[in-house]
Design a protein around this ligand. Structure first.
Ligand SMILES: Cc1cc2nc3c(=O)[nH]c(=O)nc-3n(C[C@H](O)[C@H](O)[C@H](O)COP(=O)(O)OP(=O)(O)OC[C@H]3O[C@@H](n4cnc5c(N)ncnc54)[C@H](O)[C@@H]3O)c2cc1C
Length: 345
């Protein structure tokens, strides 16, 4: 029998090869509680019982897109579906003024959470909130009120291990929640589903995946670059966005930074991730090629149900996306770019 201990599997094949994204799936799934989350990575703090669960839930160790597609969507993607299985695609935006003021693109994520909470589809949601100590520092958060969803709207471009808040939800016996996360976290969620860990799978009623080219190291981006090299007062940042360049809005100023200047601060583990558009989420969202709207990819029947509920409630409005639209072309291009970068390792 091969040993399935943490050190022999994740330690050797994922951590030491720089492939661990820090999603924390192994940390929450370890049935013996001997994995801790330290500085963004799993850390063995007790005797490993070699049960092999951690290796089953690690999306960086092994991920069969075909298997997961069949598990989640009941079919594999067609050749046409370059960015994964989908049922529909729209440009969408929230109709609520307070969401539009706080959100990143069109506020679709927050509007979907409002719908879920209003309609009793969910009682809580796993999102990324903001730390009270450090500016723009993301922290996984379990929320249950619409005001909290609104407070966590907007994008932080550094890593937030949202699965840690899923664990909190399970410990608090939440029976219905939505999960918001980056593509690697959605992949981890699906690995947990594939491994049959029902206590984590059952409560997740729908997932919203965020498009993602990469995320940045917090210290590198904020301390070394924005504070150190650019001399910015990071306490005054009100919004950051990436639209071909990084746009940083401060209280009284706007700074635009070419992405190539930020390359040294990209988390190296993001370079091995092939998934731009959160291909295994129920609904995937991003701002590509749009201003003030969210490109929304509806992938699963449950995703469609939640989206239609939000439409029926008047919480979102939509406009069609055609094949020759800039947004769709960009989505295809960024999907291919990320896959090709990952294949080069
Ligand atoms: C690291 C990162 C990189 C991204 N890169 C791209 C990109 O290259 N191209 C693109 O089109 N879109 C990208 N996005 C997605 C985009 O920024 C928006 O999140 C998306 O368009 C939804 O906008 P919205 O207005 O509908 O969401 P909102 O209503 O503003 O809600 C955003 C949600 O995202 C959650 N969130 C914020 N920061 C994080 C985080 N660090 N980790 C996990 N969850 C978080 C919040 O909790 C909130 O619920 C990225 C997002 C992240 C987090």
């Amino acid at each position: 029998m091969p040993k399935l201990g943490f050190e022999e599997t994740l330690g050797r094949e994922v951590l030491s090869k720089g492939r661990c994204v820090g999603c924390a799936a192994c940390v929450i799934a370890c049935p013996f509680g001997v994995l801790d989350y330290v500085e963004g990575k799993p850390n063995l703090i007790g005797e490993c019982k070699n049960c092999g669960i951690c290796s089953k839930v690690c999306q960086a160790l092994e991920f069969s897109e075909d298997k997961v597609e069949n598990l989640v969507f009941g079919r594999s993607r067609s050749e046409r579906e370059v960015f994964g299985v989908y049922r529909d695609i729209f440009a969408a935006r929230a109709t609520d003024e307070s969401i539009l003021k706080s959100c990143q693109d069109g506020g679709v994520v927050t509007a979907l959470l409002y719908t879920g909470l209003d309609k009793g589809i969910i009682e809580s949601a796993v999102v990324s909130g903001l730390s009270e100590d450090k500016p723009f520092y993301p922290v996984p958060k379990l929320i249950s009120k619409k005001e909290e969803a609104l407070e966590s709207a907007g994008t932080r471009y550094t890593y937030s291990p949202n699965l840690l808040a899923l664990k909190e939800g399970v410990e608090k016996k939440v029976s219905a929640l939505a999960f918001v996360g980056t593509p690697c976290q959605i992949r981890a969620l699906r690995k947990i589903q594939e491994a049959g860990l029902k206590k984590y799978v059952k409560p997740v009623k729908f997932s919203v995946g965020l498009f993602c080219s990469e995320s940045f190291d917090y210290h590198g981006l904020f301390e070394t670059y924005l504070k150190g090299e650019r001399g910015l007062n990071v306490d005054e940042i009100s919004k950051m966005n990436i639209k071909g360049k990084m746009i940083v809005d401060l209280k009284t100023d706007r700074v635009e930074i070419p992405l190539k200047e930020l390359k040294p601060y990209v988390r190296p583990e993001c370079r091995v991730c092939p998934d731009f558009s959160a291909e295994f989420a129920d609904i995937s969202v991003g701002g590509v090629g749009l201003e003030g709207w969210t490109l929304t990819v509806i992938r699963s029947p449950v995703g469609e149900e939640v989206f239609e509920s939000a439409l029926d409630e008047g919480l979102i409005e939509i406009k069609p996306v055609r094949e020759d639209d800039r947004a769709l072309k960009l989505l295809v291009k960024l999907t291919e770019l990320k896959r090709s970068r990952a294949s080069k390792g």
